[in-house]
Design a protein around this ligand. Structure first.
Ligand SMILES: [Zn+2]
Length: 429
């Protein structure tokens, strides 16, 4: 299928088609999922009464906590039909198992096929996968099978080892890489240190996973800027989670991840489970379509995004999601404003007066969130201090508590216990 055909197909995904799939889903979970059967009984929900997208509001939302506590009760097929057990990374709370059937793997491949087409992929591309394909990581097999379906070439190199990545780029000449953005920065630094001319390489684009490369207004954030200033490649962001088994991937316009309406119904909800207006932060809540093993109805992902519903300049008319603004659990309500750690990180990373930082949040005596910033200043002058305070006041409109520390002290805070990644956020609430 050409990209034009794919665009038309997206435009043609009607509400009627989504509703037909929704009806199938509701009947299916009512018959096969112990969790949803019980939920429907408890709330007097008649599966035959859920027919339209508006009817969906009759169904209470489901949360990660529900899956964590009753993981097996979400399984709709006998164990014999499961062919793949994947798992969430468990960054917040314990891991969750998502079991997939053969049909689910076919659906997953279709999902990533659409995603890579959306990100301008074709059979002429060669993708170097700089990520794990094991450890129960769903995205790894999703990318692999989606790229196979496109007919492009695949180099499964795995994460890390910049020297090997560059050696392979030189030898096999991939046109694209799939990687975590901060690792792309490592690749660039390695190239600089080893006199590799990165802009002479075969790589022309990168599918960025796991971290934001854009601010919520779609401009490149610090990480995105650092990559593209050094390396002339096009960045495509993608957002997904194991539970939803569906990706939201950017097109060349870089104006949010496109929804795949044939695979998922997405809602962006406020605190009272009501849909927010476009351009307003809310919790991404999904209903999977066509999933056989562990389908989900109105599952609240814990991820905060905005959505946009006007047509995209690429021609697609599907809903788009903003970059991930933060996790709901990490939301900070500070002196009348709502803040998410990633926005704060971007803000702090942008200033050359701030060499490094740790954000600490705690509750004060009356239960309100307080923010302390531990900063390593570029120098200890009064002028530097003034510039930092004026900048934070202007950007945050509130003044957090600032404590200046040395590089040694910040290193101790960032690498306590057995953490491999630098800790930038300490939540003491
Ligand atoms: Zn687009």
């Amino acid at each position: 299928m050409t990209v034009i055909q794919e665009k038309q197909k997206y435009a043609g995904t009607s509400t009627a088609m989504q509703e037909e799939r929704l009806r199938e889903l509701v009947q299916y979970v009512a018959a096969n999922s112990p969790f949803y059967r019980e939920l429907f009984a408890k709330h007097n929900i008649d599966a035959a009464g859920i027919n339209t997208l508006d009817d969906l509001y009759k169904v209470p939302t489901t949360e990660k906590d529900d899956i964590q506590k009753r993981n097996n009760d979400f399984l709709c097929v006998p164990p014999g039909k499961v062919v793949e057990y994947t798992s969430t990374s468990g960054t917040l709370g314990g891991p969750v198992t998502i079991a997939l059937t053969e049909n689910d793997l076919v659906r997953l491949a279709h999902n990533e096929y659409n995603s890579f087409l959306c990100a301008d992929g074709s059979e002429d591309d060669i993708y170097q996968l700089m990520l794990t394909l094991d450890r129960q990581f769903m995205a790894g097999i999703a990318y692999y099978s989606g790229i196979r379906k496109i007919g492009a070439g695949i180099i499964r190199l795995g994460p890390g080892v910049p020297a090997l990545q560059w050696e392979t780029i030189k030898r096999l000449k991939p046109t694209a890489i799939v990687a975590v953005p901060s690792f792309i920065l490592k690749l660039i630094n390695f190239a600089k240190e080893n006199n590799i001319d990165i802009n002479a390489s075969s790589v022309k684009k990168a599918i960025c996973i796991g971290e934001n490369i854009r601010n919520t207004d779609f401009s490149l954030n610090m990480l995105g800027k650092k990559i593209t200033e050094a390396w002339d490649i096009h960045l495509y962001s993608t957002y997904a989670s194991t539970e939803m088994q569906t990706a939201f991937t950017e097109c060349s316009e870089g104006a949010g991840g496109h929804c795949q309406p044939d695979l998922v119904i997405v809602e962006v909800l406020d605190e009272n489970d009501k849909q927010v207006e476009p351009g307003t932060p809310g919790e991404v809540t999904i209903t999977t379509l066509g999933v056989e093993g562990m389908p989900l109805l109105r599952y609240k992902t814990g991820d905060i995004c905005m959505y946009f519903d006007e047509p995209c300049a690429c021609g697609r008319t599907t809903l788009r999601l903003s970059p991930l603004m933060g996790r709901k659990k990490q939301m900070i309500k500070f002196k009348g404003t709502t803040l998410y750690p990633p926005a704060l990180f971007d803000l702090l990373a942008e200033r050359e007066e701030i060499m490094d930082f740790v954000v600490e949040v705690y509750s004060n005596d009356i239960g309100l969130d307080q923010v302390s910033l531990y900063l390593v200043p570029a120098d200890n002058s009064e002028e530097c201090d003034h510039r930092i305070r004026a900048y934070l006041q202007a950007r945050l409109r509130v003044s957090p508590h600032i404590k200046y520390v040395t590089p040694e002290q910040i290193h101790k805070m960032q690498f306590n216990e057995a953490s491999r990644k630098a800790i930038k956020f300490i939540d003491r609430r």
